[in-house]
Design a protein around this ligand. Structure first.
Ligand code: BES
Ligand code: ZN
Length: 456
């Protein structure tokens, strides 16, 4: 193991350089104009895996390619899948970036660039650890299958089809994912729960065209106002969602979990500063850490109506629309939750406007026991890699494909994140902390012997 760790330390600069090369691909899955960049990015990754001696298949799909790369076989040893995604969120708004999103920039301990932490840097850390094994002639105790997709940020459509069809090729004892975060470098964490998600688009139509608000204002419903009132009635002043049945299937936090979560270093004031909000707002009776990871929420993600240009335009807009997502916790089911919200919206919508609701993507919440031998192995690897004991946490974000891994591969997923709360995932000036990158590589190196024993 020392040879592996020495190799990682000696190659620190080159690993940073490699990550810069990876980040330079504008692999934005939400924007069709970038499909060539996604192909090129997958090609780069496949070539890198091949150069390390992995056997690589670059699978074309109806969307973006899926990269499957396997380490040289170790007969009789368990196999683990390492999942990640090479697609990134749109970088807009460009003007808020301190440097162009696809021209990686080093500043202090950080590497700035879209995709640097979500998720290129985090799965590259795993690949670098494997490189260290292979280049130092240190035998890997297990088989590893890297499964890196290009559509995570837009719902993993291709991978959902790919999984059942490639069950055998992807068979494994567990899936390891680093596509999440930790509270800080002194609190490396095993994430044992993720929230699920369900998306909706709502549209309200009123008059058959934009109307003069002086000539007609007061005689017909204003769709923008109707939408605001409708949405406003979905949440009360205490932060509770007022959809009947919304909380029925929520599995409450155990006392043990609440104690574990309370050990995390995050504080209400820390959240306030991190978000730049004047004051926090959330469901009464829960800490921010509980609110964002163990409670379901309903958020407006986008709101559109009327005139958005310069100056004023006195109209009653013909329509108004909103994009909404609900975040779900165990044991809520996306389909049922969507039905409840739809029913409530229909019930609340006045007859003066027409309501249309379209369902979007969805994903189930995820929960795995933090007490089994594999989870303990991860905690040990985290301590060895970061130099601080591993803690347990839940996450508020979603990785919907994780429940498909459980369904099709019958495998649990272990989440060990490397991203920090201020890494700006999905925001302008996304970055990756290079000490987290290095600690993540060391953790990945320590992980395989420990996990191999735990899987036996
Ligand atoms: N890496 C994130 C998810 C994440 C972030 C999980 C932090 C845990 C901690 C992932 O790339 C992501 O953004 N997922 C989307 C899923 C959605 C598009 C279906 C999300 O959570 O919004
Ligand atoms: Zn993301």
């Amino acid at each position: 193991m020392q040879a592996v760790l020495d190799y990682l330390a000696a190659n620190r600069q080159r690993f940073i350089h490699d990550l810069c090369d990876y980040v330079r691909f504008p692999s934005v899955s939400a924007q069709p104009a970038h499909s060539g960049d996604l192909q090129a990015c997958a090609g780069w990754l496949a070539a890198r895996c091949r150069s390390l001696g992995l056997s690589v298949e670059l699978h074309p799909t109806a969307g973006n390619p899926i990269v499957v790369a396997k380490t040289p076989p170790v007969p009789g040893a368990p196999t683990f899948v390492v999942y990640g995604h090479y697609d990134v969120q749109p970088p807009e708004p460009f003007e808020l970036w301190k440097s162009p999103p696809f021209e990686p920039r080093l500043e202090g301990a950080n590497l700035f660039g879209r995709g640097s932490s979500d998720n290129k840097g985090q799965h590259l850390a795993h690949l670098n650890a494997v490189e260290a094994y292979l280049r130092t002639g240190t035998p890997l105790p297990c088989n590893l299958t890297f499964l890196i997709e290009g559509e995570e940020e837009v719902g993993s459509t291709a991978l959902y089809e790919f999984l059942p069809a490639h069950r055998k090729e992807l068979a494994c004892a567990a899936v390891v994912i680093s596509d999440n975060g930790i509270p800080d470098l002194k609190h490396p964490a095993l994430t044992y729960a993720l929230r699920g998600i369900a998306a909706l688009e709502i549209r309200i139509d009123g008059p058959n065209r934009d109307l003069h608000s002086g000539l007609f204002g007061g005689t017909v419903e204003n769709p923008a106002m109707a939408l605001c009132q409708l949405l406003g009635r979905l949440r009360d002043a205490r932060g509770r969602i007022t959809v009947p049945g919304f909380y029925d299937d929520v599995e409450p936090l155990t006392k043990y979990e609440r104690r574990q979560l309370a050990k995390l270093p995050s504080t209400p004031e820390g959240f306030r500063r991190l978000t730049g909000s004047p004051e926090l707002f959330g469901e009464t009776g829960f800490t921010p850490e509980e609110q964002r990871t163990a409670r379901p929420t309903l958020e407006i993600n986008g709101l559109t109506s009327g005139y958005q240009g310069e100056g004023s335009k006195t109209i009653i807009p013909a329509w108004a629309s909103a994009k909404i997502t609900i975040r779900l916790v165990p044991d809520q089911e996306p389909k049922k939750m969507i039905r409840l919200v739809r029913e409530r919206l229909k019930e609340l919508c006045p007859s003066t406007v027409r309501l249309t609701i379209r369902n979007g993507h969805g994903g189930e919440p995820y929960l795995v026991s933090p007490e089994g031998p594999k989870a303990q192995a991860v905690l040990q690897a985290l301590e060895a890699g970061f130099g601080h004991p591993g803690v347990l946490m839940r996450e508020g974000g979603s990785i919907p494909i994780v429940s498909a891994f459980r369904r099709h591969l019958k495998a649990d997923t272990l989440l060990l994140g490397m991203a920090l709360p201020d890494d700006n995932a999905h925001s302008p000036n996304e970055k990756f902390n290079l000490d987290a990158y290095a600690a993540g590589m060391r953790t990945a190196a320590h992980l395989w012997p420990l996990l191999t024993v735990a899987a036996a």
